[in-house]
Ligand binder design. Structure first.
Ligand SMILES: *[C@@H]1O[C@H](CO)[C@@H](O)[C@H](O)[C@H]1NC(C)=O
Ligand SMILES: *[C@@H]1O[C@H](CO)[C@@H](O)[C@H](O)[C@H]1NC(C)=O
Ligand SMILES: *[C@@H]1O[C@H](CO)[C@@H](O)[C@H](O)[C@H]1NC(C)=O
Length: 963
């Protein structure tokens, strides 16, 4: 019995109804193709098919189709793995793809709980992994002929392609243009009938970028604005010869084209998005109670339909023969309304339900829902509080759901406030499957592996960290029979890495999807040998335990110092701030490391080991001796780019300083002095946010922040300590006014030319009032003008404007560009104009049209924006965009250095994250007053080191961060 139907012509207008039509309508339904029946009813094909059916069933037997449909109702979803593995050619094979033999690799297979590594060769042919281990090259050349491409991996790490279990690729396309934002429906809170496939844009700039990060497969979920957002689809990211969304799908359910090839085979997995908590509440202006009721009402409806289907089938199957045609007519239609059929399939356990759900209240609610209606859940996504309630997860109906997390993206809204970087470790200890996900473009999925690296850093075992973005994510999307592992018979989706995949900055040297190499001219830098090994990481057991004890809010307050004098021994490296940047200080012999003595927050002795050792023995009174185990002392880092210091929880206005008024858009109240008002960020500072304290604790000891603005005007920046508890504390506000900030951008404002006109006038020296005063200081070159600009065209205009002003004033205008996605296109001109650039974010992404011409860096380009600008003598800094990311500056710096291929000195790298930023933003301070960060077991850029203390000369103290 073949279930396939001829393809249907497009529906034509309804035809005259006859009795035959009515009977056949029932038959149409009975064939188990009820939703097609609707189409048939309105189509020419209907008549033809009716004739066939009439003839076939004149003995009034239950049609085979109905029997099959009814039997099929109870089949479990999935793939018949045995017959699948017998395939010799992949359904996704592109004819002409050459077989590839990769010799001599270090292959992480994903097997044995992610612990298996095979040293050997890999054969990819017909879109499938055809061999793994020690393969006979000569024999293969013989059988596969000269088509065989033979490559030597030279012991490189090889993994399966990265699998992203939460992406909006294609649906929320980049650069963001309003013509391609197709991931959220605002129509109804319950919409199981929608399909992410219908919004899948094939021209998202992210596809090649994410592939360049090793991502080969993604589950494209609808957004989280609805409680039930719709059906999700698994895609492979590569371009197909057909260039269509449909051809990107991996094992789509047959529903997409109503081709049910064989009713005896299990149906393919379907996927669906659910969301609870803040997002649906916001979109529909209601409460969690409303959302849960919407769920229950929908599931109740689906349950009733399911019952009707089951009753229909038990009636249909109970009779051996049917006396009259009218009996069959009495049986009625198979109840399967198109709007609800997918939700009914959820109740039949055939849909991988992915629930966006953060807090205990929501996780608990969904656990109850799943038990009330008896359906399983594949994964909770975001799930910021999952690690606090593992028993709730285990209570979900059926198998315990996986948890799909961000590594350190947290606290951006209330639901995420108790998120912990230790959650992956804690969940794994509770036996729960941990996945890392991008939510692309929330995080750029090109760097999904970075999420796994961070999870590993914070304690997730290495095997589970790799599995969290490969084998386990493939399993959770029901694709573990063909992707996520390197194994014979699996899809030929393979990444050859330039380092150990868990080493920060790991970059694909080649990516294969369905056996097709995706990088045409990969650019990777040779890395030092230690990058090929599993990186060492600090031990965070104590912190992880605290995260649970304090329900996600362990105290971060910086401890008051005790001892006046501290002797640090075994100091491998010391750097200090100078008036021009960063300089190394010798700490004596390389082997044992030197001694550094700190008295009342000031370095009293650093240098020749012998000298400080003697000084140490002569110390009087109480002092503490600390062995840094080869650690370092380095100047504190400086954060810029986010509203750090003005926010606690981004999405909660009551926790934030707020947004300033913009004179180009708002009328400024008279009490402020009209448009000539200028706002100081210093006046809105909020100290001791968790993000600021977390930044302090990793050595990001200060930050420069401008008032939060959605418009052109930015106001006056402030430099402050991230470790201070209030503004009146010694050294809390480091500089009240640093520079004048504006933003010239293309979104949500009057035209760029209008913004430039305003800037031109402000720089004319003819403007009165407070704003005129500060712009006069800019004009005379006393304080910098910091302009957020991303587009090369806007930057070019700013360089011209600078020239015009300078012709007038005859003094150099200090101009700094921030953002700078396209700055590399004008590197030479920017260098010649002595303009500095703070790249934020530090790794570029084409968010908007004005950022789209990025210099992506390895493996797509050898240069990065950092190196391209440095080559032209530009002073460069790197920044971030959101406050949670401030704590990742040490990672960002290390990564920028890795991408630069070893051409930056450690001093230059530290400068990019501290002195350069301060210089470009108008910070002026005595180099001797700069905080020093003390690390144990390595230096501040090593992932295995930990920050032990911060020395604050200004406060005359050492702050201990370890005890
Ligand atoms: C898988 O690995 C994790 C971490 O190494 C370990 O805790 C767990 O027990 C292992 N599971 C099995 C089934 O071996
Ligand atoms: C329908 O989709 C399935 C699954 O992708 C595919 O194998 C089949 O060829 C398609 N059939 C038609 C008629 O398009
Ligand atoms: C450190 O400062 C305290 C208080 O100002 C002072 O009493 C003490 O003598 C100082 N210690 C040293 C070693 O200078």
């Amino acid at each position: 019995m073949k279930w396939d139907l001829p393809s249907l012509p497009s529906p034509s207008p309804p035809r005259r109804r006859s009795r035959r039509h009515r009977i056949m309508r029932a038959f149409g339904a009975l064939t188990g193709l009820s939703f097609l029946a609707v189409v048939f009813y309105h189509s020419q094909v209907y008549d033809d098919l009716s004739a066939v059916l009439i003839k076939k069933h004149h003995k009034h037997k239950l049609p085979h189709e109905v029997a099959a449909r009814c039997q099929q109702l109870h089949l479990k979803a999935g793939t018949d793995v045995e017959s699948f593995r017998r395939r010799s050619t992949s359904d996704r094979f592109e004819p002409g793809t050459k077989p590839v033999l990769i010799r001599n690799g270090k292959i992480w297979t994903g097997r044995k709980n992610g612990t298996e590594v095979i040293y050997g060769d890999l054969l990819l042919d017909k879109g499938i992994i055809k061999g793994i281990g020690t393969l006979d090259t000569a024999a293969l050349v013989n059988t596969l002929g000269e088509n065989l491409v033979v490559l030597d991996a030279d012991k490189a790490w090889i993994t399966p392609g990265i699998v992203d279990v939460h992406s909006h690729l294609g649906d929320d396309s980049s650069p963001e243009l309003k013509g391609a934002q197709d991931y959220n429906s605002e129509e109804e809170i319950i919409a199981p009938w929608l399909r992410s496939l219908d919004g899948l844009n094939t021209h998202d700039d992210s596809y090649p970028l994410s592939i360049a990060g090793g991502v080969t497969t993604a589950l494209v979920l609808p957004g989280s604005g609805d409680a039930i957002g719709g059906q999700a689809y698994v895609i492979k990211l590569r371009e197909t010869s057909e260039r269509s969304p449909s051809s990107m799908l991996l094992e789509p359910p047959y529903h997409i084209n109503n081709s049910f090839p064989n009713p005896n085979l299990p149906p393919r997995w379907r996927h669906m998005k659910h969301a609870c908590g803040e997002n649906p509440s916001d979109q529909f202006h209601h409460s969690r109670m409303d959302t849960m009721w919407a769920f229950r009402e929908a599931y109740n409806k689906a349950q009733k339909i399911k019952q009707r289907q089951d009753e229909f089938c038990s009636r249909a199957l109970s009779k051996k023969s049917w006396k009259h045609a009218s009996d069959l007519e009495d049986l009625g239609e198979f109840p399967d309304p198109l709007r609800w059929e997918a939700l009914v399939d959820v109740l039949r356990g055939r849909v991988k339900v992915n629930v966006h759900c953060y807090e205990a209240v929501d996780l608990d609610g969904i656990a109850r829902l799943s038990n009330e209606f008896k359906f399983p859940i594949a994964a909770f996504h975001h799930a910021a509080e999952a690690y606090l309630v593992p028993d709730v997860l285990k209570r979900v109906h059926g198998k315990t759901p996986a948890v799909a997390l961000f590594a350190s993206n947290a606290r951006y809204k209330r639901e995420a406030y108790r998120a912990s970087e230790f959650a992956p470790k804690i969940l794994a200890q509770n036996g729960i499957t941990v996945l890392m996900k991008s939510d692309h473009p929330v995080l750029d999925s090109r760097h999904l592996l970075y999420e796994a690296q961070q999870a590993f850093y914070y304690g997730l075992p290495w095997n589970l960290a790799l599995a969290s973005v490969t084998s386990n994510s493939a399993e959770v999307m029901g694709m573990g029979h063909r992707i996520g592992y390197v194994e014979e018979g699996f899809d030929a989706d393979i990444v050859v890495w330039d380092s150990h995949p868990l080493a920060l900055g790991a970059t694909p040297a080649q990516v294969y999807v369905d056996g097709i190499p995706q990088l045409s001219n990969p650019q990777v830098h040779k890395k030092p040998a230690n990058y090929q090994r599993l990186p060492r990481m600090p031990n965070f057991d104590k912190e992880a335990a605290q995260a649970v004890d304090y329900e996600g809010l362990p105290p971060l307050k910086i401890k008051k110092p005790v001892e006046d004098t501290v002797v640090f021994t075994n100091v491998k490296r010391m750097m200090v701030r100078t008036t021009t940047g960063i300089a190394s200080v010798s700490t004596g012999e390389k082997e044992s490391g030197g001694t550094v003595i700190v008295k009342n927050g000031t370095v009293a002795c650093a240098g020749e080991k012998a000298l400080c050792d003697v000084a140490a023995t002569q110390l009087q009174g109480t002092h503490r001796v600390v062995d840094l185990e080869g650690g370092s002392i380095t100047p504190g880092l400086t954060s810029f780019g986010s509203p750090l210091g003005l926010q606690h929880i981004e999405a909660e206005p009551s926790t934030n300083d707020g947004t300033i008024l913009d004179p180009l858009k708002n009328s400024i109240p008279e009490i402020l002095g009209g448009y000539s008002a200028i706002v100081r960020a210093a006046d809105g500072l909020e100290f001791a946010s968790r993000d600021a304290l977390l930044a302090f604790r990793v050595g990001v000891t200060s930050a420069v922040t401008a008032p939060k603005s959605k418009g052109f005007y930015g106001g006056l920046g402030v430099h402050f300590s991230t470790g201070a508890s209030h503004a009146l504390e010694e050294g809390a506000v480091l500089q009240e006014v640093t520079a004048v900030h504006v933003a010239v951008r293309r979104t949500g404002k009057p035209s760029v030319s209008t913004q430039i006109a305003a800037l031109r006038r402000l720089l004319s020296g003819k403007v009165e009032g407070a704003v005129g005063g500060y712009f006069a200081q800019v004009r005379s070159g006393h304080i910098p003008l910091v302009v957020e600009a991303h587009s090369a065209d806007i930057i070019a205009t700013l360089l011209t404007l600078k020239q015009h002003v300078e012709v007038d004033t005859r003094v150099p205008l200090k101009l700094t560009i921030t953002g700078g996605a396209e700055a590399h296109l004008l590197a030479k001109e920017i260098g010649a104009a002595s303009v500095g650039v703070i790249l934020s974010p530090s790794r570029p992404f084409p968010y908007l049209w004005e950022d789209r011409r990025i210099l992506p860096g390895p493996p797509l380009t050898s240069q990065t924006s950092v190196t391209a600008l440095l080559d032209q003598g530009v002073t460069v800094g790197i920044g971030c965009q959101e406050i949670w990311d401030a704590r990742n500056l040490p990672f960002d710096l290390r990564w920028a250095a890795i991408d630069a291929g070893g051409r930056l000195s450690e001093e230059e790298i530290i400068a990019i994250g501290s002195s350069n930023i301060e210089k470009l933003l108008g910070v002026e301070r005595d180099p001797d007053s700069v905080e020093l960060v003390v690390t144990r077991g390595g230096d501040i850029l090593d992932t295995h080191s930990r920050v032990a203390a911060v020395i604050s000369p200004q406060r005359g103290a050492i702050y201990w961060l370890e005890d």
